[in-house]
Ligand binder design. Structure first.
Ligand code: S3P
Length: 437
């Protein structure tokens, strides 16, 4: 985080147009490192996200004896050590701000021959971990938390057995932690997922040669499993593109083209929601990129109308809801989101932090137990506390284009966890975004 600016001074009046390409997908980059590390042979990753979250995951594996070359910031050549080749780390593994890093790694570490401890920054140390602890214990893991929060202490040398587990929260991190433990377990690990969540782990496991059975809501693998190193092309992160999708709609001068974006249907709920609000977003040149759907997105500016967001799109838009709230703030009429209680346990409580920020710039926003009600209208200037949450900071940077006065956004250092270079890209697209220490 050092070297990053402390605040953004944003808008008003920026108009976006032209062509951009956002950095690599965070979820896929984490998984590429993890699976490449425990595979046999070389895994080559192109389009790796050079953000702090993924770098923390990479550093954790380096601490466990994995060698990775970085011929370029977005290229990795991982020398896999095989399923049983990781070594005991000399100290606690620090996953920084990353819930994905910590939860997925916890699943994988339950199958090791050594003990390990996982820690993170202030925000991560407050996030719920029993959601992975409980199912992993049922598999035979010995895993302890501090009243459900990190540090996570894992005892090695436990024999894991496959179990059947039904997810009680829609969470790809929980699903993936169980699947990674399942690689080390004997027998079948079965997950029942009542609400579909991002399926990058399943797709990548298949790319590494592990048979994954997906049958409706059921996903299963058999352990112990051998992974073979492979070549991974990481597409642009839809969650990063989301800020520019909304910018293109609410502050576009002409169509904005966002090239090479991952459009896995478990991630693109925002497109469905925005289209219901009247948005014109086209998927150009749809293609397959190493098992993941990819397209270029063309976003045409135009007015949006408020809607009640159908529950079916919430899980596949979970990381994009903050920027959807920004779009709702300038839509005509009221937007209501519910069924999104998971937002309260992200890097910040994204329901209350977004509501507080919207109110600060004069937008009517009412907190609901599991969502928010926003009345679109005029946006003023003001001071926003992003509470160290990258997606809150970027959402207000976009909304500021429609504000009447400048919006100062504090605590923006964490933008580099998921979107290094965001401010420069925003400026190149036409947003008026200054940075200040
Ligand atoms: C992620 C899953 C989601 C998402 C996070 C990345 C992943 O979290 O919010 O940014 O890569 O598996 P949950 O599983 O907690 O919903």
């Amino acid at each position: 985080m050092s070297g990053q600016p402390a605040s953004f001074i944003a808008g008003p009046g920026g108009r976006v147009s032209g062509e951009i390409r956002v950095p690599g997908d965070k979820s896929i980059s984490h998984r590429a490192v993890m699976l490449g590390a425990i595979a046999q042979g070389i895994t080559e990753v192109n389009g790796f996200l050079n953000g702090e979250d993924c770098l923390a995951t990479l550093a954790a594996f380096e601490a466990m004896g994995v060698h990775a070359e970085r011929p370029a910031a977005d290229r990795l050549i991982i020398h896999g050590v095989g399923l049983r080749g990781l070594k005991a780390p000399p100290a606690a593994l620090d996953l920084g701000n990353s819930g994905t890093g910590m939860r997925l790694l916890a699943g994988l570490l339950c199958g090791q021959e050594f003990d390990s401890v996982l820690v993170g920054d202030q925000s991560l140390m407050r996030r719920p971990m029993d959601r992975i602890g409980a199912p992993l214990r049922r598999m035979g893991a010995r895993i302890r938390t501090r009243e459900g929060q990190p540090p996570i202490k894992i005892t090695g040398r436990m024999a894991l057995q496959g179990v059947a587990h039904e997810l009680d929260v829609p969470s790809a991190q929980v699903k993936s932690a169980i699947l990674l433990a399942g690689l080390y377990a004997s027998g079948r690990t079965l997950i029942v997922e009542p609400t579909p969540t991002r399926d990058h782990t399943e797709r990548l496991l298949a790319a590494f040669g592990v048979p994954v059975e997906c049958d409706g809501a059921e996903i299963s693998i058999r352990g112990p499993a051998i992974l073979q190193g492979c070549r991974i092309e990481v597409p642009g992160d839809f969650s990063s593109a989301a800020f520019f999708i909304v910018a293109g709609l609410i502050a576009g001068a002409s169509p904005l083209l966002i090239r090479n974006v991952g459009v896995n249907p478990t991630r693109t709920g925002l497109l469905e929601i925005l289209r219901l609000m009247g948005a014109d977003i086209r998927l150009l040149a749809p293609r397959d990129c190493g098992g993941e759907p990819v397209a270029d997105l063309e976003v045409r500016p135009g007015p949006l109308r408020g809607i009640t967001v159908p529950h079916e799109f919430v899980a596949s838009a979970i990381d994009e809801l903050p920027v959807l709230f920004a779009a709702a703030a300038v839509a005509e009429g009221e937007t209501v989101v519910s069924g999104a209680a998971e937002l309260r346990v992200k890097e910040s409580d994204r329901i209350s932090v977004m509501a507080e920020g919207l109110q600060r710039v004069g937008v009517h926003a009412e907190v609901l137990p599991d969502g928010i009600r926003i009345r679109g209208g005029a946006v003023g200037g003001g001071l926003i506390e992003s509470r160290g949450d990258h997606r809150i900071a970027m959402s207000f940077a976009v909304l500021a284009a429609r504000a009447g006065k400048p919006v100062v956004i504090r605590d923006v250092r964490y933008v580099a966890t998921s979107f290094p270079g965001f401010a420069a890209m925003a400026r190149s697209a036409g947003l008026l975004l200054g940075e200040q220490d």
